[in-house]
Design a protein around this ligand. Structure first.
Ligand SMILES: Nc1ncnc2c1ncn2[C@@H]1O[C@H](COP(=O)(O)OP(=O)(O)OP(=O)(O)O)[C@@H](O)[C@H]1O
Length: 269
């Protein structure tokens, strides 16, 4: 199976507004090929909105998103879907599909012609089998999607995105349904793909352990971006999340270790 390779992703000056409110404002974000960028920030700070802009689901009011130098929003839908894969926070369908069929949906952008002309070329099956293995859902291949647990659905969605063979992988809170073992396993597998990856994460410890860089959003603006150790400081965590935390070198690996102590104590004037 040929390896997928990441490409350079550039978000320039991107803003998005709805109902007279600016949700994402003047965002600049550059992700180098094959790097994993954690998108952090409190509830409502604009992470999903930014991910949707980068996925091409919505168009920025101002600014641009380019992948490998190509303006993403100027590309035909199918071409865009070959470049960018998205694992959404909550994927749902009323269709009665098996896990394998869900993963096969990832191949649609690569098919010639329209559905239901299912491509039965042997290498298509190989791509799907590879994706099932990679996301550790091979044993679930014949199960109905409707019967899966939240974590099994999340891993199936990763398999669908892997089958899409994108250059950029976008993950919106990909670990929120996973147990600790599967969280670590999932992010290690994602890193192993070597794709340019952007993952919205709430868990700062996971972000510190698995991301090359992090970008922190607050009220729709990027307030800090850079290497994990430079950005994830106790000052930033206090300012953005209102939490008193200690950041120190991890005793086992050399990544920063974030230990929260409690809500930030208000300083009286
Ligand atoms: N279509 C919309 N109409 C109105 N408000 C919206 C719309 N989409 C997003 N918002 C608002 O924009 C803000 C940012 O939402 P977004 O989902 O991007 O935040 P988030 O950082 O992903 O939050 P969370 O961590 O809670 O998932 C929120 O206040 C949300 O209510």
């Amino acid at each position: 199976m040929p390896e997928q390779h990441g490409v350079r992703l550039e978000v320039r000056d991107a803003s998005w507004r709805v109902a007279g409110r600016t949700i994402v404002e003047d965002v600049d974000l550059v992700c180098e090929p094959g790097t994993v960028t954690g998108l952090l920030g409190p509830n409502g700070s604009g992470k999903t909105t930014l991910i949707n802009l980068v996925a091409g689901l919505t168009r920025p009011a101002t600014g641009s998103v380019s992948v490998d130098g190509r303006d993403l929003h100027a590309l035909p839908h199918r071409e865009r879907a070959r470049l960018v894969g998205l694992v959404e926070q909550q994927a749902s369908t009323t269709l009665d599909l098996t896990v394998r069929q869900v993963v096969e949906l990832g191949r649609i952008p690569h098919r010639k012609g329209r559905l239901p002309a299912l491509d039965t070329a042997p290498d298509e099956h190989e791509v799907v089998d590879h994706a099932l293995r990679l996301a550790d859902v091979e044993d679930l291949a014949d199960r109905s999607w409707q019967t899966l647990s939240g974590g099994e659905r999340q891993r199936t969605q990763l398999a669908r995105a892997v089958a899409q063979r994108p250059a950029v992988l976008l993950l919106d809170e990909p670990t929120n349904h996973l147990d600790l073992g599967h969280q670590l396993d999932f992010l290690a597998r994602v890193r192993g793909l070597g794709l340019t990856t952007v993952a919205a994460l709430h868990d700062l410890e996971l972000a510190a352990a698995y991301c090359d860089r992090v970008a922190v959003l607050d009220a729709g603006r990027v307030v800090a971006v850079g290497a994990v150790a430079d950005v994830l400081t106790s000052e930033l965590i206090a300012e953005v999340y209102g939490v008193d935390a200690t950041v120190e070198p991890h005793p086992v690996h050399d990544r920063p270790h974030v230990r929260w102590n409690g809500p930030r104590t208000k300083v009286r004037a």
